[in-house]
Ligand binder design. Structure first.
Ligand code: PEP
Ligand code: MN
Length: 348
């Protein structure tokens, strides 16, 4: 993905949210020594659920300006509404990003774009919450159309279906990021391992994965007391931990993703296999619950009519999706066999 790989990834770091001037100072000071592109801190935080901390608001802008004055880091914040963009521009914030929830809403993007008309302030567009490339591209195009001259992107993964077992907070369907890079070959794309994994223990491995896949930069949430963070506590890491990760990352020159069709297909296969496995894991978890239910209701585990009806309905389903009847029969029989085994195990 990175055509001009330098050996050190570009880096945006700082807390998920600005909480107090002291918190920002402690973190900014502990990040000294890292060559930050930008110091990030959420001032406005759109949260999926109500009753979560939704950001300090404009008061935190002046705290951030103090940080820039003292440590020299350019500043990056999220803007969710046109008023935010207006306030951020007036304050002279160096980089604004559109978050995943905003990018999913074309009206919101357009109204922010109007405020940014002809702006030379850098704007990053995070991928939308669902794996919908056209929404991501649409947001970038809206900014291009109003003359925003410096646009980049951030890949933060996608909300996964409640039907899948979750390995990460957000599923990283890399193929969507590669498709964006194919459409905008010169666009800088940061990877955001914090929001992808949702877990601090996974940040290092995911950062290395991003490097292996050729991303040019990382956006990583850092906090001086991660467990007590007011938002995204589970995924923030100590600045010292970030320093360690940055020295351990292996960034190989030319280990970039070539524009190779076979490689693209393999990536799609990997993603499909991951989805299949997480669905199978979910299915077996449901079987376990059925096993427990049958035990408490003293029902037999094997119910042949039930299996016959599953086979019939799944064959119809699979045929409508273009699968061969023999394949459907074999795979359903195998899944059923495992499901019975899981239920027996649960019963014992
Ligand atoms: C964030 O970066 O803190 C954030 C809210 O990200 P996202 O929009 O990717 O959820
Ligand atoms: Mn966050």
């Amino acid at each position: 993905m990175n055509e001009n790989s330098s050996l050190v990834p570009r880096l945006i770091a700082g807390p998920c949210s600005a909480e107090s001037p002291e918190q920002l100072h402690t973190i900014a000071s502990a990040l000294k020594g890292l060559d930050l592109d930008y110091f990030r801190a959420g001032v406005w935080k759109p949260r999926t659920q109500p009753n979560c901390f939704e950001g300090i608001g404009k008061e935190a802008l002046s705290w951030l300006l103090e940080i820039r004055k003292e440590y020299g880091y350019p500043l990056a914040i999220e803007v969710c509404l046109p008023e935010h963009a207006d306030l951020a521009l007036q304050a002279g914030i160096d980089l604004l990003w559109l978050g995943a929830r905003t990018v999913a809403n074309p009206y919101a993007v357009q109204s922010i774009a109007e405020v940014l008309r002809n702006s030379s302030t850098k704007v990053l567009v995070k991928n939308p919450i669902s794996p919908d490339l056209s929404l991501w591209v649409g947001a970038i195009e809206r900014l291009q159309k109003v003359g925003v001259s410096d646009i980049g992107a951030v890949f933060r993964g996608f909300s996964s279906s409640p039907l899948e077992e979750k390995r990460y907070r957000n599923a990283p369907y890399w193929s969507v990021a590669f498709e964006l890079k194919r459409l905008f070959p010169h666009m800088m794309i940061y990877c955001d391992p914090s929001h992808i994994t949702g877990k601090r223990e996974e940040i290092e491995a995911m950062s290395q994965k991003a490097m292996d896949l050729g991303f040019e930069g990382l956006m990583i949430e850092t906090h001086s007391d991660p467990e007590k963070a007011w938002s995204d506590a589970r995924q923030q890491i100590l600045p010292e931990e970030l320093q360690r990760i940055m020295t351990c990352l292996q960034v190989k020159e030319n280990k970039t993703k070539k524009n190779d069709l076979l490689e693209d297909y393999r990536l799609l296969l990997n993603e499909s296999d991951e989805m299949l496995l997480s669905l199978l894991a979910r299915r077996m978890n449901i079987s376990k619950k059925i096993g427990a239910y049958k035990r408490s209701s003293q029902m037999p585990i094997l119910q042949m009519e039930q299996f016959a009806s599953i086979l019939k309905s799944r064959t119809e389903m699979g045929l409508s999706m273009g699968l061969s009847p023999e394949f459907i029969e074999r795979i359903i029989a195998l899944i059923h066999e495992e499901s019975v085994r899981v239920q027996i195990e649960e019963n014992n």
